[in-house]
Structure formats: C-alpha cells, structure tokens
Design a protein around this ligand. Structure first.
Ligand code: DQQ
Length: 575
C-alpha cells in the first residue's frame, strides 16, 4: 500500500513537473521568438496608444496606455505607463504616471497629451472614465518640476475640467483624447481639441481656456465630417511649407506654414490626416481636400501608414527642431497566443515628419538615432535583376535588420496598363498582383522578400508594381503577409498604397526595419509607409533569410542596396 502511494505520488509529481516545465518552455519560447529587439514596449503585458510624448530637461518622456494586470485589453484598469530615454532608442521604465483613483477616472486613465507651458511647466490632459462610465477630461501636473524624470504626477483638485452634461449635449461615451494645447496669439487663450461624434459624424470639439483650469466649449466644431463615426486620438500641428524642420504647436500665425489634422477612425482602425489652413479668427480647420471633397472614399484619404498603425501622436522636439510621430502597432495574433507570450502591442519606431515640397503630403522617416544600432554593413551596386529572378542577401541577421534598396527601371512603355475598369483600391490591386504572381507581362512585382524560411514555405514581401496610367505612371506599393506564417490563426493580411512618385526621375526605394514579428517599410523615401506584424514559425532568428526579387517580366536594376544587422536596444528591462 505504502509503496503504491509512493509510486503514485512520484508519477504525479513527475507528470506535473514535466508538464509544467513544458508549458513554461512553450510560453517562454513564444515570448522570446516574437519579442522585438528595438521597438518600444513595456517589460510585459498589454500596451496600446502612445500618450503625451515630450522632451523635458534633456530627456524624452513616453507615456502609454497599459494594462499592468495582463496581456489583453481591460475595461477598467488602464493606466499611463511611463518611460524615459536620452536617445529615443534605449528606454528606462518608471513607475506608472497615472492610475485610476478618483471618481472621475476610477474606470481608467485613457489617452491624452502633454503641453509644455512657458517656463518649462509640463501639464498632462487626459481622459478619465468616471464612476458612471462617462468620459471626462482631466489635468495632472508634476509633483516636482525640478526632477527631470518627472516621476510623480498630481491630479488637479479642479478635475474634471471638461465633462458631458445636459447643456453641452456631448455624448458621454464619445468624448475623449485631448490634444496638446496651443495658445491663440490674438487673445492669449489656450485651446485644445477633443475627439467625438454626433450620430455618424466624426467631430473635433474645441475648448478654450485662459488659465488651463476653466475650459469653455466653442460653438462650432473645429472640423467634422459625415459618415466617419467616432474620431479618436486627434492630433493637430503646424508644418513648414519649405523645409523639414518641425514647429511648436503654438506657432499658428504667419506665412510659410500649413496645418495638419489627424484623426483615428475607430470603425476602420486607421489614422487619416489632412493638410489645410487653420483659420485663427473663426477657429476652424479648412482642409485642402477633406473627407467631403473625396465623397467619403476612405481609400483616397491620406494615411500615415497603410498597414497596422493606430492612435498615433506627434510631439515637437525643440532641441532637435523636429516633429516626431509615435504610433501603436497592434498584434495580428489571436488573444490566446498573446496571453501565452505574456505581452501585446508595440510602438512603431518614432518617425520624423515634415511636409513634402509639393505641399500635397507628409514625408516620414525613422529617427536618425535608430541608425546607431546598425552593424555588419553589406552593400551592393548596379546589379541587374532579370525578370523572374531572386537574389539572396547574406551577411546580416535577417530577423533583426535595417535594409535600404533602390531600383532603376527602364522600358516603362512595357509596363502593364492600368485598366480604368479596375477597382482603384490599392489593397485590392496588391492582392491581384501579389508577389507570387509570376510572368505577368510588366514592371514588377519587384522588391524585398523578408523573414523567409529556407524552403520558402514562409516569407513576407514588400514590393512595387508600376502601371501605365492615363497620363502618367502609377506606382503601387504592397506588403503581402499571406505566406508569412504557417500558423493560419494569425491575420495574414495584404496591404497596399499608391505612391506619388515619378519612376523615371525619382528614387524607387524601399527601407524596411525588420524586427522579428514586425516589418516597417518606407516607400519612395518616406512617401508611403506600410507596417505589418508577422509570426513566422520557421523563419525565426538565424533561420530567417533575406532576398531581393523580381517577379515581373521586365528586368530591373538594383541601383544600390545597403543592409545592416541591428543590435538590441535596452527597452524597459527589469531592474
Ligand atoms: N484608446 C484609448 C482611448 C482611445 C483609444 C483607451 C484609441 O482613449 O480613444 O485605451 O485606441
């Protein structure tokens, strides 16, 4: 009897122990395989929107929506995570800046922005979810402004500063995400925008204040558009007409500047932006081409990124005189896998952003500091890639790399004709002209084939296809993740964008930042960006390969290729 029990107990512990260790290994390896090496994320658990980025006393501050209790979104425990950095590359995690604690934010400290008041006084405006699940706008200030780390934040006794009520008739669950505040020079009033909706109309509500405590709602919406649903995380900032340097948000009168409004549309999870004029007298924004002018055809509205990129926010880096963009990249995996790996959500590499000289669109480029992670440089010049051919690039860690390539194309008269009867939806066109489609007479698809397994069972492609349009050539940029993973539980999406580039006189270039489960690509020197999440099962770590391919029938020339392995950054490690 005794021996029997001993044996039974022994086998139980053996089984339990082994099962436990296996589960640990599974979780651990999943966690490690897909964890980016140089993209911002908390040490563990869930992260979504970037909040209140700023530079203060020589340090960059990054706040973010975070669920400290788990790897998935939570309805009532969202806090403001907080990290600091000297270079926007390596980050140190600090204590949470804001946690739900008061009746006006007890169900969550949601998104918001920071404003640097004159004499270096930082303030945070954020959305609180109150006891009744209503959305309110609140103020927090640093406990000690002489601490460059701004570790502790105090909520204002005047909170909530803005709230929905019977008089203002604001929908209590569609009233959130205050922008950075700016000052009107003719009246000295502070202004802030809040995202909202009225029925199907997306709306930006403007509030004004003399003292930052008492805020009055403006009669007119700052900007609105029918049939667009709720507008989240608005952003508003000036850009220089001629030049790439950034401007502080309060520069709003004077020649030589335009303004940008960005809204995040909850219905489609995309960030759309408009270039236009800020009428400082009427306090409204008039876009050159608004939603209305393009008949609400969302595929024609400009986006920061045509892949996965949402709830973004810019800030002005006064030290380096640039405007920097942060954006949240969600997972494409199923929730069970996120729970297993113990984390979810990353931030895109911060991008410097400015107005293109045409005045028609913005240009985005990864912050220059990221280049210090480059190592093992390999390069290639003037190499013809015949139609139907592929070329492997050796010498870099293909799962953690920075790759820049530019192509020269000739025989443009042989490019495929863009049939006017086709649906001019880039995503659809990319699907029809996928990288697998070989031998179609024409120029492209050609581009990069990344995170590829040796047997080509897995790969992700970023490529161009050039068409002959009515009056000019039309360049399509695509990112196809349909073969990126053998695990079909993941969202194996296909993304596309038209790029306003002249294939004869301008560079047909792609830069891809590859970081294990994320590929961020910049087409034509930052004219179109496509970001994707991928979870290869074979093409992982040193088993990942990098190629250049040309699946069109016309030869293309690789003008130059520069590729680097990327070193690991120190990001919110445990201490
Ligand atoms: N995320 C926040 C909201 C915002 C949304 C909540 C956008 O404030 O509207 O985590 O992703």
């Amino acid at each position: 009897m005794g021996t029997y029990w001993l044996l039974a107990m022994f086998s139980f512990f053996l089984f339990y122990g082994v099962a436990h260790i296996e589960a640990f290994h599974q979780t651990h390896s999943l966690n490690q395989t897909y964890k980016p090496s140089f993209h911002f994320q908390p040490h563990k658990n869930w992260m979504n929107d970037p909040n209140g980025p700023m530079r203060y006393k020589g340090l960059y501050h990054m706040f973010y929506q975070h669920n400290p209790k788990g790897a998935i979104w939570s309805n009532n425990s969202i806090v403001w995570g907080h990290s600091i950095s000297k270079d926007l590359v390596n980050w140190l995690s600090l204590q949470h800046a804001l946690i739900p604690s008061e009746s006006y934010d007890i169900n969550g400290c949601w998104s918001g922005s920071s404003t640097l008041l004159p004499n270096d006084k930082p303030k945070i405006l954020y959305t609180g979810i109150d006891i009744n699940q209503h959305q309110t706008q609140n103020l927090a200030i640093p406990k000690n402004v002489s601490d460059p780390l701004l570790r502790e934040w105090i909520k204002s006794p005047n909170n909530p500063l803005m709230e929905p009520n019977n008089v203002n008739k604001i929908n209590a669950t569609s009233f959130r995400d205050p922008t950075t505040a700016w000052i009107g020079h003719h009246d000295g009033f502070w202004r802030v925008l809040i995202g909202s909706q009225k029925k199907d109309k997306g709306i930006l509500i403007l509030f004004k204040s003399k003292d930052f405590f008492n805020w009055i709602q403006d009669k007119n919406p700052f900007y609105s558009a029918k049939n667009t649903g709720m507008w989240e995380c608005p952003d508003f900032f000036p850009v220089l007409i001629n030049g790439s340097i950034g401007l502080d948000i309060s520069i709003n009168n004077g020649y030589g500047i335009r303004h940008v409004v960005k809204v995040s549309l909850i219905d489609v999870s995309h960030d759309y932006y408009f270039i236009g004029t800020y009428d400082t007298i009427k306090d409204v924004f008039v876009p050159d081409k608004g939603f209305d002018k393009i008949n609400n055809e969302l595929s024609l509205v400009l986006r920061y990124d045509y892949g996965k990129f949402y709830a973004s926010k810019t800030f002005y880096d006064g030290e380096k005189k640039r405007r920097v963009l942060w954006g949240w990249i969600n997972e494409s995996s199923i929730q069970e896998d996120d729970v297993k790996k113990g984390w979810s959500g990353i931030q895109a590499i911060p991008r410097t952003l400015w107005l293109h000289k045409s005045g028609k669109q913005l240009i985005q480029w990864p912050i220059v500091e990221i280049e210090k992670l480059r190592s093992n440089h390999v390069n290639l010049h003037s190499k013809v890639l015949k139609g139907g051919k592929m070329l492997e690039i050796f010498g870099v860690t293909a799962a953690q790399a920075d790759v820049e390539i530019s192509f020269e194309v000739k025989e443009l008269e042989k490019a495929q004709v863009l049939d006017p009867s086709w649906k001019l939806d880039p995503q659809h066109l990319c699907k029809e002209n996928g990288s697998k489609v070989k031998g179609v007479v024409g120029l492209g698809p050609f581009g990069l084939l990344v995170l590829a397994s040796k047997d080509m069972k897995e790969y992700t492609t970023i490529f161009f296809k050039v068409f002959r349009g009515n009056k000019k050539h039309v360049v399509l940029m695509c990112c196809d993740t349909r073969r990126s993973s053998l695990n079909h539980n993941n969202d194996l999406a296909n993304y596309g964008a038209f790029v306003d580039v002249d294939p004869i006189n301008e560079e047909l270039s792609i830069r891809s930042l590859i970081d294990h489960s994320v590929v961020e690509s910049f087409g034509a020197q930052g004219k179109a960006c496509i970001t994707t999440r991928v979870y290869p099962t074979l093409a992982i770590n040193d088993k990942a390969h990098l190629h250049v391919f040309n699946n069109g029938t016309i030869d293309v020339k690789i003008k130059k290729l520069n590729a680097w392995s990327m070193k690991k950054a120190k990001i919110n490690e445990m201490h």
